[in-house]
Design a protein around this ligand. Structure first.
Ligand SMILES: [Fe+2]
Ligand SMILES: [Fe+2]
Length: 130
């Protein structure tokens, strides 16, 4: 299993959004590295904290671009974002309850979601960017 790279198939043609995706991917990849270095525990905590606030910013920015460019997929995008925030909150509360969260499992789950979401929804924006 490898880390994720933001290749051409994941670009939206909106510079700010592509940069934010790059940041998201970099942070998620850190879970992968932490697991290999045996530092999973601390990194799971800091990554979740980071992601919870970062995705709120990213999702807000992206939703307003989709609004602006009148992307037909904007509502589907919004709904998916809501689900992702729930997923993160769920991880956070599990951790708060003292459940052990494995960096590998979180890595697999988040990376799969992010890649699939960008590929199937966010990149649809590219065709509407004026
Ligand atoms: Fe999105
Ligand atoms: Fe996005």
């Amino acid at each position: 299993m490898n880390t994720i790279t933001l290749d051409k198939s994941l670009l939206t043609n909106v510079g700010l959004i592509d940069e934010q995706h790059r940041e998201l991917i970099t942070r998620i990849n850190k879970l992968h590295d932490a697991m290999k270095e045996g530092k999973g525990r601390e990194v799971v905590q800091s990554t979740l904290n980071f992601l919870v606030s970062y995705v709120v910013k990213h999702f807000t920015d992206e939703e307003s671009f989709m609004e602006k460019y009148e992307c037909p997929i904007k509502d589907v995008n919004k709904k998916a974002h809501k689900d992702f925030v729930e997923k993160l909150k769920d991880f956070e509360s599990k951790q708060a309850r003292g459940e052990v969260l494995l960096s590998l499992e979180i890595y697999n789950d988040l990376s799969k979601w992010v890649i699939n979401h960008i590929k199937t929804i966010d990149t649809k924006m590219a065709a509407y960017v004026k």
